[in-house]
Write a protein that binds this ligand. Structure first.
Ligand code: IPE
Ligand code: IPE
Ligand code: MG
Length: 252
């Protein structure tokens, strides 16, 4: 792996993607919002291929938030259908590519057929290790942290856990992402510059790149652009940086 000037690996090990702007992409073309979601699934396929080609090890994609249930029922229904379609149609190819599929988010309240599909995708691909595709579905960072805190509290109440033993590693180990390194880079499309409840805990030291395009237009070139921007950043993790003057780092 090549190394940038500041010593950070030029290709992030873990990229998180907030796949936003499907609705606006469709509206700008006079299509219904769901056409934007359909085209967004094609962009997801391009993103997975690009990540694998570029040597990314973990790709987490935000496909449905805990708050997205507040959308009109027909749009929510279509997004559920798309998830099923993606797993049914793409699983064999993902498996052949060496992709391990994982799903994070609240699963217990999903319909049994969807739960079964997701469980099956994880089981079938569990032995793959080229790229972990982590699908955040019915996911909310706050909800994830609350669930983790509740499990720790339950263990403490049973007398199995000393509250003084709860530290960052212990809490991180209760999150859906246990065992997955924190994202190095988080990309959001659509121009919005917010997390919208995505990977709140895990993003503590992530670099953010906001791309001025809608998700259905995302492609390999967009991912390369985001990675180039990432490689220009100086990550400090609270320590002391290389001290390069601002102009040297921005290239201006
Ligand atoms: C992202 O696109 C997909 C989901 C949130 C499921 P949006 O549907 O949020 O599109 P915009 O942001 O309304 O354009
Ligand atoms: C975040 O996008 C969720 C996904 C991309 C799945 P939203 O479109 O739901 O976020 P807000 O409402 O603009 O913050
Ligand atoms: Mg949106």
């Amino acid at each position: 792996m090549s190394v940038s000037e500041q010593g950070a690996p030029a290709v992030p090990r873990h990229i998180g993607v907030i796949m936003d702007g499907n609705g606006r992409w469709a509206a700008a073309r006079g299509y219904p919002r769901i056409e934007g979601h359909r085209r967004g699934m094609e962009a997801l396929r391009r993103a997975v291929r690009a990540a694998q080609d570029l040597g990314v090890r973990y790709l987490t994609v935000y496909s449905f938030s805990s708050e997205n249930w507040t959308r009109p029922a027909d749009e929510v229904g279509f997004l559920l259908t798309l998830l099923k379609r993606f797993v049914r149609n793409d699983l064999a190819e993902l498996h052949a590519m060496g992709v391990r599929v994982r799903v994070i988010g609240e699963r217990a309240s999903l319909a049994p057929d969807i739960r079964a599909l997701l469980d099956d995708a994880e089981t079938v691909t569990a032995g793959n290790d080229r790229l972990d595709l982590i699908v955040a579905f019915n996911y909310g960072g706050r909800q994830e942290i609350v669930a983790a805190a509740r499990r720790l509290a339950e263990a403490a109440a049973r007398g199995e856990l000393d509250p003084a033993a709860i530290d960052c590693a212990r809490l991180a180990g209760e999150l859906d992402t246990a065992g997955v390194p924190d994202p190095d880079l988080i990309i959001r499309t659509s121009g919005e510059q917010r997390l919208s409840n995505f990977l709140l805990w895990q993003a503590a030291y992530a670099e953010f790149v906001f791309l001025p395009l809608h998700w259905p237009d995302f492609d390999r070139a967009a991912m390369e652009e985001a990675i180039r921007e990432y490689a220009r950043r100086e990550r400090r993790f609270g320590g002391v940086g290389a001290g390069a003057p601002l102009t040297a780092r921005t290239g201006s």
